[in-house]
Write a protein that binds this ligand. Structure first.
Ligand code: KOT
Length: 833
């Protein structure tokens, strides 16, 4: 039937709800209005920062209208929804992305110009929302962009950290220093505080068992979760989804009894500890840190999210047994695994659902993505800690384990080793809860993030589970990236050239990235090649300008730009790249000036953060910085080789670096990098790939063809055997790889400053060499020579670059998110009328 208008005059309400197609005068009016009212300022006292705030508020008005309509539409149509639970969302900046998605960039550019400002300067005032470490968090951000762009009813759930990933500084001796990232210091126009949306979350206390597997959990500490909503606009659609971030607050401001008794410190203590929960993002990537506060974050966030999801489901008015028909929940790695026992607790203890029925609801609702097979990253929590913090959840886990192991025993009678491996509990003193095992048995599907990685998941960490559940529960969804941010936004000139060349609208190819294949027709067109090369050149100049302004260093933009930017980690082997640069430097030193003149100049860029407690990774940064100082100052070689470590890597810095790269390096030990996603970003921007046969590199090569990538190194199946050899039949580096030994010796001998400082790093290679640098160094150097040779023929290089971009269709995060939607979640687009 027809809906009744809720209140007042329907026409007055509807007139007041403006449509989004703002023309230039609308834009200026709106900005001025915000300058005068929201900021209480005038033309006389507004600077770039103030202008940014006013422009952001003007853009936000449009986002809000779309956001409201989207959410109302979801409430009315009550579709099945999916929720993406991630402890990290590495969003970067919002303004430029919002204007492009709204289709308002041109009008805002003109409007801002009329007001005496430059849009790019204003955009540059925004701070990154850096609530993530690296690939895993940025993937979550790309998936939100794609969900909204594909009009899918998907919400993200995360934490509103007061401090994002630390700011990286470089000390005079070259080491990394960390400073806090107080990103919320200025008000954040992109979030809506929902002080009315709060959820109580309990910690500690005791759980008293009743009959039927039920229990009552009481006592302990109660903390309040307050919702902050972040608008996620789709590209050229009204659909504007929601990212809900939780902030922790004390339930009662402070304990009045203590206050009255004169103990002020004790009185504010409870409020301190509650607020601590969401104070800081843990700065570790691909490692597990067993801190109690981290476990508290995980429970606080999953409990608040699950309760919120349950409340929204109940508004649909459906019986609880239909929960999985309306809700799908994706677990971004094991960090939100407590959602599984939490949903059991809600169903069994609070909704009176029988245990077995509850378990069938749970296992129809969750989906689990694994992002790493590195053993040090697999989460396990001490049972005593969990028992203390979450007594009811520990009971539930033990009960689930009992039933699960009985089923395993039934299928594989008498196989005690198998039971020990598959148990949710690792035996010992103390015992540990294995989160990946719990996430696996509680989920309908388990997936890896690239073909090779998904195979490794099935044959290593989940082998027993494949044998128990059958292989069809396990599959692959290769990661993707959003072409809106990672091409249209960061490389507008290339985006324009592509649109002109393809003969379709920008909107069409940005939403169907396979259309890029249309560029192949033009590969041999010299005019097109020239335009392509000119854009790369101007992006290199943009980067050089940025480096000159921020670091005061001049860069030769005629050189090849060779880039490795990612978290510092031994498995990613920045050290291999660094030692390769030293090798090149030593070779240049030995040449005559005449010989050098034949060499193509090269500039090598590094950027990336090291976890504050990761000693070897931090030492690697220090060595990079100090090698760079020597090389860049050497008059014999500096015209042919230079090297830079750009501090404080971020999404925003990536947006400048990636479009400027001729070559990028993705050189992890085979079988260690689950996917990698920056490899896709470089290739999308026409940078060639130098890499190992690992992660998504393999699928990139499948798409672009082997002749357009530079591959080297041992393959995954060889790695285990080589490590065995290194352990039981070690051969000295001097014998195994003389070229590498020579480089190590130069560093030890003090050519780049006191060599003894770097011994611990060099010794990881000389002894044990877990990441197999001595095995891959020679073929790495060979690959670098192939790169040099290929770069000599500039036309052929440009063709490779065009072909690479043309074949990136597969790596759109739209393809990835539609796979999740169709194959896992069973949700459909829900268009705003
Ligand atoms: C693990 C523990 C804590 C924080 C982060 C991780 C983590 C990050 N595990 N895997 N990743 C990366 O995820 C990316 C997105 O899937 C992959 O492309 C990348 O290879 C992983 O290393």
């Amino acid at each position: 039937g027809k809906e009744i208008w809720p209140r007042g005059d329907e026409n007055v309400w509807k007139d007041g709800t403006r449509a989004i197609d703002k023309d230039v005068p609308d834009v200026t009016k709106s900005i001025i209005n915000h300058v005068n009212t929201s900021l209480a300022r005038q033309a006389y006292n507004i600077d770039d920062m103030g202008a940014y705030q006013a422009v952001a508020l003007a853009a936000r008005d449009d986002l809000l209208i779309n956001w409201n309509e989207t959410q109302l539409n979801y409430t009315r149509k009550a579709p099945k929804r999916a929720y993406y639970l991630s402890l990290e969302f590495l969003m970067g900046r919002t303004l430029d992305n919002a204007l492009l998605n709204l289709g308002l960039k041109d009008n805002f550019t003109q409007g801002v110009d009329k007001l005496g400002f430059n849009i790019e300067d204003i955009i540059d005032k925004e701070r990154d929302a850096a609530l993530g470490n690296g690939g895993l968090g940025r993937l979550a951000a790309c998936y939100l962009d794609s969900s909204a762009s594909q009009e899918l009813p998907v919400w993200g759930y995360g934490l509103r950290y007061k401090y994002g990933i630390f700011q990286q500084l470089i000390a005079p001796d070259g080491s990394q220093l960390e400073a806090p990232d107080p990103w919320l210091e200025h008000s954040n126009p992109w979030e809506l505080p929902r002080v009315d949306v709060t959820i109580d979350v309990r910690f500690y206390g005791h759980a008293e068992r009743l009959d039927n597997g039920k229990a009552i959990w009481s006592g302990g500490q109660e903390v309040l979760a307050v919702a902050y909503d972040v608008m996620i606009p789709g590209y050229h659609t009204k659909t504007t989804n929601n990212l809900r971030l939780w902030e922790s607050k004390p339930k009662r401001g402070f304990d009045l009894n203590s206050f009255n008794a004169g103990d002020y410190e004790k009185a504010v203590q409870s409020s301190n500890s509650a607020e601590t929960i969401t104070s800081v993002l843990y700065p570790n990537d691909n490692t597990m840190v067993g801190k109690e506060l981290r476990l508290k974050q995980q429970y606080f966030w999953t409990a608040a999210s699950l309760n919120d999801i349950m409340r929204r489901f109940k508004n649909y008015g459906k019986p609880i047994t239909e929960f999985p028909e309306y809700v799908a929940i994706q677990l971004n790695d094991t960090h939100p695994t407590l959602a599984i026992p939490e949903l059991m607790r809600l169903l069994v203890d609070e909704e009176d659902v029988p245990w077995d029925k509850a378990w069938s609801i749970v296992t129809s609702t969750f989906f689990f993505t694994n992002h790493t097979v590195l053993p040090e990253a697999l989460e396990k929590w001490p049972v005593p800690l969990m028992q203390h913090l979450l007594p009811r959840h520990m009971q539930i886990i033990f009960d689930l384990n009992l039933t699960f192991l009985q089923a395993v025993e039934k299928k594989f009678p008498g196989d005690r080793d198998r039971l020990a491996r598959m148990s949710l509990i690792q035996e010992g003193y103390p015992q540990y809860v294995r989160m990946a095992n719990l996430a696996c048995i509680g989920s309908r599907r388990v997936n890896g993030v690239a073909e090779l990685h998904s195979e490794l998941v099935k044959t290593t960490i989940m082998k027993d589970f494949v044998e128990f559940f059958g292989v069809s529960k396990f599959s692959n969804v290769t990661n993707g990236i959003t072409p809106r941010r990672w091409l249209d936004q960061c490389n507008p000139a290339l985006s324009t050239l592509i649109t002109e060349t393809l003969g379709c609208t920008k909107n069409e190819w940005l939403k169907d990235l396979y259309k890029l294949e249309g560029l192949l027709k033009h590969v041999d067109d010299p005019k097109f090649q020239k335009k392509w090369a000119a854009i790369k050149q101007s992006n290199k100049e943009r980067l050089a300008h940025h480096v000159e302004v921020t670091l005061g260093i001049k860069i030769n933009t005629k050189a090849m730009f060779d880039v490795q930017i990612k978290r510092l980690h031994e498995y990613k082997r920045q050290t291999l790249n660094l030692l390769g640069v030293v090798h090149r430097y030593l070779a240049l030193k030995k040449m005559t000036p005449e010989q050098r003149k034949k060499i193509n100049p090269r500039v090598v860029f590094f950027a990336g953060k090291a976890a504050p407690g990761y000693y070897i990774a931090k030492l690697t940064i220090r060595l990079i910085v100090n090698v760079a100082r020597v090389i860049n100052a050497d008059p014999d070689t500096k015209d042919y080789l230079s090297m830079f470590f750009l501090p404080d890597y971020s999404v925003t810095l990536a947006e400048i670096l990636i479009p400027a790269s001729d070559l990028s390096q993705h050189i992890s030990t085979a079988g260690t990098e689950a996917s990698g996603t920056s490899n896709m970003k470089f290739c999308l921007n026409g940078g060639l790939l130098l890499g190992t046969v690992d992660g998504a590199n393999i699928e990139i090569a499948e798409e672009v063809g082997d002749s357009n990538v530079f591959f080297f190194g041992h393959l995954t199946p060889a790695v285990e055997e080589l490590r065995y050899q290194h352990t039981y039949h070690p051969v000295p580096v001097e014998e195994k790889c003389p070229a590498l030994a020579a480089v190590l010796d130069e560093i030890s001998a003090g050519r780049f400053g006191d060599g003894s400082v770097y011994e611990p790093l060099l010794n990881t290679i000389r002894q044990g060499d877990y990441y197999l640098l001595t095995e891959d160094f020679d073929s790495y150097i060979q690959a670098l020579s192939m790169v040099d040779a290929a770069y000599q023929d500039r036309t052929e290089w440009i063709k490779k670059s065009i072909r690479t971009t043309a074949k990136m269709g597969k790596f759109s995060s739209d393809r990835a998110i539609l796979t999740y939607a169709e194959e896992f979640w069973n949700i459909e687009a829900c268009k705003v009328p």
